[in-house]
Design a protein around this ligand. Structure first.
Ligand code: AMP
Length: 182
């Protein structure tokens, strides 16, 4: 069973790669951003609150995110899962470790996608999501540096993180990832 986390800065290609990996290996793609955007589209209370936070590039609370992920992980019935966009804080990373223990997931691998910030900003501006304007992008990078980068240290200490170059042809990058998680 594949137990994967895809990690990296906003716009590095986590969603694209996670989708490809999930399709090829028949995994559940758990994208917390996509779950929140769907909730916003559906107009649920969570969605309405989340939309405002997302449009500013800030983070939805850890408790809400941990709950969403726990429920999604309980329901896995494919060949495993790939978590995309979570954990984004150290508190989330520690909560996830507990969730993994509870559910018996012991073989976690973290794919760390790497790209230069200028390359990423160019990509994000092309994408055109409602949170892809210059001001929000700048804040998302700030939040990434301040709140999310400790997550990388947390995984590094557990020796489960693999660095992958995120610049280049999408299929080429995907091949490297698939090779590295074998
Ligand atoms: P993403 O699609 O991963 O770029 O996420 C888009 C936005 O959703 C983020 O900028 C946050 O506002 C929110 N979000 C997604 N995942 C999380 C998370 N794990 N913790 C807090 N907020 C999140």
């Amino acid at each position: 069973m594949h137990q994967l986390i895809i990690y990296g800065p906003p716009g590095v290609g986590k969603g694209t790669q996670a989708e490809l990996i999930a399709a090829k290996l028949n995994l559940e793609h758990i994208s917390t951003g996509a779950i929140l955007r769907k909730a916003a589209e559906d107009g649920t209370e969570l969605g309405i609150q989340a939309k405002e936070i997302m449009d500013r590039g800030n983070l939805v609370t850890d408790d809400i995110m941990n709950g969403i992920v726990k429920e999604s992980l309980k329901k896995i019935n494919k060949n495993g899962f790939i978590l995309d966009g979570y954990p984004r804080t150290l508190v989330q990373a520690m909560a996830l470790s507990e969730i993994f223990n509870e559910l018996g997931f012991k073989d976690i691998k973290v794919i760390n996608l790497i790209a230069d910030e200028n390359e990423i900003i160019t990509r994000l501006l092309k994408r055109g999501r409602s949170d892809d304007n210059r001001e929000t992008i700048a804040n998302r990078f700030k939040v990434y540096l301040e709140s999310t980068s400790p997550v990388k240290e947390y995984f590094s200490k557990q020796n489960i993180i693999m660095d992958i170059n995120g610049v280049g042809d999408i299929e080429d990058i995907n091949k490297v990832i698939l090779e590295s998680i074998k």
